[in-house]
Design a protein around this ligand. Structure first.
Ligand SMILES: NC(=O)c1ccc[n+]([C@@H]2O[C@H](COP(=O)([O-])OP(=O)(O)OC[C@H]3O[C@@H](n4cnc5c(N)ncnc54)[C@H](OP(=O)(O)O)[C@@H]3O)[C@@H](O)[C@H]2O)c1
Length: 429
């Protein structure tokens, strides 16, 4: 019997789509379970744009929805991007037409995952998105498949390579956020509009997906608490280093008795911790289960080669495996996402103040903290040139965030305090 040919339609021929075409041209032997993958239709915005490989022999579609529903494809691969618009329309159309879908689109899955999962499961076809989180490093399959026998209680990691590149360069070279960002844009590590990355939204999309896979709940991007790295000051990076920490953008999802907390924050991580030592554009993730314990994975989170390899692995799964539920349990059986109220959040914190160089300031700050019930763990006062005042840094013992916010509001009003105190969380990993 000759091997089954899988006819694949690819929407989007940019970094990831171009990488996939390149992969399939370099690997004509790519035939999981004996089946063969052949691209029988492509679409992108511009037909005339030069591509990394010759696509003139592949049928061209002007409309992604027409490609997604074409009788000439068996599997639709969406690599356009965006939570709505043509990507969503085409994925919905493919699933309704009963075609398996592979996508790298984290925004789409984080924001519309539950409804798409329902469509996929009604049609009885897979909806796979390994490349959407950590690019070529297999985090999605790890949670959806390998850890399905455990009860995952939390995940935490570095899920945005652009932010990690910027933070590690700021630390190593003593350069400002703005300077490193422009360099990252010149090198192609950051987009012309960097908001999705530096604002923390990309990491929030990814950790929203991981939370759904880890806890079997519907993805709920709206419930994510998001803070990016655009306000991270070089001064804080230096002071954190003096206290034995590095600043990293930590994306985490925790399951507690109160519900699920999905958060993205610049956080202090102790030097020597694997996340603190994850540098450059690398991604890294801890997964904690009640039976397996802790697992750590680290690897590339973006780029044509790694991401295309993850897309190819999903194509291989469509060709070989029985269909599993999209988010670890059937769409109709996903647990409701109960978000933990911010007032219930407890953790250690770093507070940095900028004060006038005059007597009595430290006493006034300490008194205010004591009145609010904030217990101090360590204290550092350090003259720093050009800081515009004297920086005072303190770290706290674990404290409810609502108490800390109250203390910050009161300290800000002290006459010797020059600006609102800067709060950074100390990662609990
Ligand atoms: N880049 C990465 O390393 C990476 C990693 C993980 C996941 N992802 C995800 O993968 C997806 C694709 O990312 P990418 O970096 O490959 O993006 P990209 O380089 O900007 O490519 C996007 C592609 O979509 C096409 N496109 C845009 N609007 C379209 C429309 N209305 N109709 C049809 N085609 C349209 C573009 O056409 P033209 O080429 O004609 O402009 C282009 O080929 C996104 O969801 C992204 O989040 C990317």
């Amino acid at each position: 019997m000759s091997p089954r040919v899988w006819r694949i339609g690819v929407a989007g021929l940019g970094t990831v789509g171009g990488g996939l075409l390149q992969f399939l041209s370099e690997r004509p032997d790519f035939a999981p379970a004996g089946g063969r993958a052949v691209i029988t239709g492509v679409t992108a915005r511009s037909r005339s744009r030069p591509r990394s490989i010759d696509i003139s022999a592949i049928p061209w579609f002007d409309d992604p929805v027409a490609l997604a529903t074409s009788p000439d494809i068996d599997l639709f691969v969406e690599l356009v991007g965006g939570s709505d618009g043509p990507a969503k329309a085409a994925v919905e159309a493919a699933l309704k037409a009963g075609k398996p879908v592979v996508t790298a689109n984290k925004a789409l899955i984080a924001e519309h995952g539950a409804e798409l999962a329902a469509l996929a499961e009604t049609a009885g076809v897979p909806l796979l998105f390994e490349a959407a989180v950590m690019g070529g490093t297999p985090a999605v399959k790890m949670l959806r498949e390998a850890m399905v026998g455990d009860d995952v209680v939390g995940v935490a990691g570095i899920l945005n390579g652009t932010c990690n590149f910027i933070l590690s360069e700021m630390e190593q070279r003593g350069a400002s956020f703005a300077d490193v960002l422009s360099e990252a844009q010149r090198m192609g590590y950051a987009e012309a509009d960097p908001t999705m990355d530096v604002g923390g939204f990309d990491a929030a999309h990814k950790v929203t997906i991981l939370a759904a896979l880890a806890f079997g709940c519907a993805p709920n991007y709206a419930a994510a608490e998001i803070e990016g790295i655009d306000q991270v000051d070089l001064l804080d990076i230096r002071l954190a280093r003096d206290l034995g920490y590095r600043i990293r953008l930590i994306a985490s999802a925790d399951r507690t008795a109160d519900g699920v907390a999905v958060r993205v924050h610049p956080s202090l991580v102790a030097q020597g911790h694997p996340l603190a030592e994850t540098r450059g554009a690398l991604n890294a993730l801890f997964i904690e289960g009640t039976r397996i314990g802790r697992i750590f994975i680290q690897g590339p989170g973006a780029g044509a080669g790694p991401t295309a390899a993850a897309v190819a692995a999903d194509i291989a799964d469509v060709m070989t495996l029985p269909v599993r539920p999209v988010f670890q349990r059937p769409a109709g059986d996903l647990k409701p996402f109960v978000a933990v109220a911010p007032t219930r959040r407890v953790g250690k914190a770093y507070l940095r103040l900028l004060v006038k160089d005059q007597p009595g300031v430290i006493a006034a700050v300490s008194e205010t903290l004591a009145e609010c019930g904030v217990s101090i763990d360590s204290f550092l006062q350090k003259p720093v040139e050009d800081a515009g005042g004297v920086p005072i840094v303190l770290t706290t013992h674990a404290i409810a965030e609502s108490v800390l916010t109250d203390a910050i509001n009161r300290i800000e009003k002290l006459p010797a305090v020059l600006e609102r105190p800067r709060l950074l969380r100390i990662a609990r990993i």
